[in-house]
Design a protein around this ligand. Structure first.
Ligand SMILES: *Cc1c(COP(=O)(O)O)cnc(C)c1O
Length: 382
């Protein structure tokens, strides 16, 4: 049929392999590909050159043997947990995890009988005491949302060496920390965030040992959680600028944290670079280059009305219920990530109505400083 030009090309950028399946010349080759004896691909739900390329890049960045690609961060986390734990098993998870990850563990408990203990991940004794004979994994994030509590990854790994530690490093990326170097068993990311970094992809990745990643890929094939070629390609392109982006974002974020910490219209700033932060010491030890682009602030005033007024005045900083776009965005934890909690539950863990979470992007510091200052003054002047 001649639908592919019959000559060898050497494209400088990787092509997109937008295909459902791959033609196989004979059954011997098919068998060899299945057994991993020959290079090749069969069906895109299992694997595709764009998945494979992105998986290799992630493995390299995370200093891992292997990496894999999923349709979203949630698909990556779900595939990992369902691979390591099953009915009757027990898992330990941080109480402060991303809201939908907590929803996932609740679902796995209610529908699939995976028992869960929720812990304060900054309290290593509490994590250690949660271990049971049937404990199959411990799931934590590098830095929590929205209060930016830094998890002591090497501390937890050393305290419970018999339990595989899964680290969601979405907030920090391999530029700032490589959890496997600190004895984690697996690292997962929502690549929808910094890894892609342009706010136009849904994707997840994981990296770890060859054996574990192979098992997780088997789970994701069965549950249909694989990513698609185009978004793998976009994410891989995003990775080219990841180190530069993270450097710039960390620098601007630290400057903004300092600026906002002394602003008369802000009552509190949550950022690990500030001396008063509860986990500032852990941050200094584990994150010499910075802790990424998330800052949470408590506005002066009362009720969510101050947030609405800030949003209306800060035209250059859009409200967007995601993070890690190249643009700076704001979010309101009480009505997005923590909307599923009752107001009293939220205030018990320190999340208030007047809190705004910034995800700092690539704009110059001066532009962001002036826009925030102008918006705060507009709120105060009403
Ligand atoms: C966004 C996010 C997820 C979920 O990722 P999706 O790509 O949206 O499915 C998981 N963990 C953290 C920390 C996140 O920020």
């Amino acid at each position: 049929m001649g639908h592919i030009p019959d000559f060898v090309t050497t494209p400088s950028a990787p092509p997109i392999y937008q295909t459902t399946a791959f033609d196989v010349p004979d059954l011997d080759v098919l068998n060899d590909i299945h057994l991993g004896r020959a290079r090749g691909f069969i069906y895109t739900r299992d694997s595709n050159p764009n998945h494979a390329a992105l998986g290799r890049s992630i493995a390299q960045l995370e200093n891992a043997e292997a990496g894999a690609v999923f349709a979203s961060g949630m698909a990556a986390i779900a595939a990992a947990v369902m691979t390591l734990a099953g009915s009757g098993d027990h898992i330990i998870v941080a109480r402060s995890l991303y809201g939908v990850t907590l929803k996932l563990t609740r679902r796995l408990e209610n529908s699939f009988g995976i028992r869960t203990t929720y812990v304060d991940a900054t309290n290593i004794d509490e994590v250690t005491q949660a271990v049971q004979p049937q404990t199959k994994l411990c799931l934590v994030e590098t830095i929590s949302n929205p209060l930016l509590e830094v998890t002591d990854i090497p501390g937890i790994a050393a305290a419970i060496p018999q339990v595989p530690l899964i680290v969601d490093s979405t907030f920090t990326t391999p530029v700032l920390i490589r959890p496997l170097d600190h004895s984690a068993a697996l690292v997962v990311h929502s690549a929808s965030k910094y890894l892609n970094g342009h706010g136009d992809v849904m994707m997840g990745v994981c990296a770890g040992s060859k054996a574990l990643v192979r098992q997780i890929c088997d789970t994701s094939s069965v549950f249909g959680q694989n990513g698609n070629p185009f978004e793998s390609w976009l994410t891989q392109r995003g990775l080219r600028t990841l180190p530069l982006r993270m450097q710039q974002i960390c620098r601007t974020t630290n400057q903004l944290a300092e600026f906002m910490a002394t602003h008369p219209l802000i009552s509190r700033v949550y950022h690990p670079s500030l001396a008063g932060h509860g986990t500032a010491e852990t941050a200094q030890r584990l994150y010499p280059q910075g802790t990424g682009g998330i800052i949470t602030v408590q506005l002066k005033g009362e009720g969510r009305d101050v947030v609405t007024r800030f949003m209306r005045a800060a035209r250059e900083i859009p409200f967007s219920p995601t993070l890690a776009d190249s643009r700076t965005t704001i979010s309101h934890p009480a009505s997005t990530s923590h909307a599923f909690m009752k107001r009293e539950e939220r205030s018990a863990i320190g999340i208030t109505e007047e809190m705004i979470r910034f995800s700092v992007g690539l704009e110059p510091f001066e532009l962001l400083r002036d826009e925030i200052d102008q918006a705060l003054n507009a709120v105060a002047q009403r």
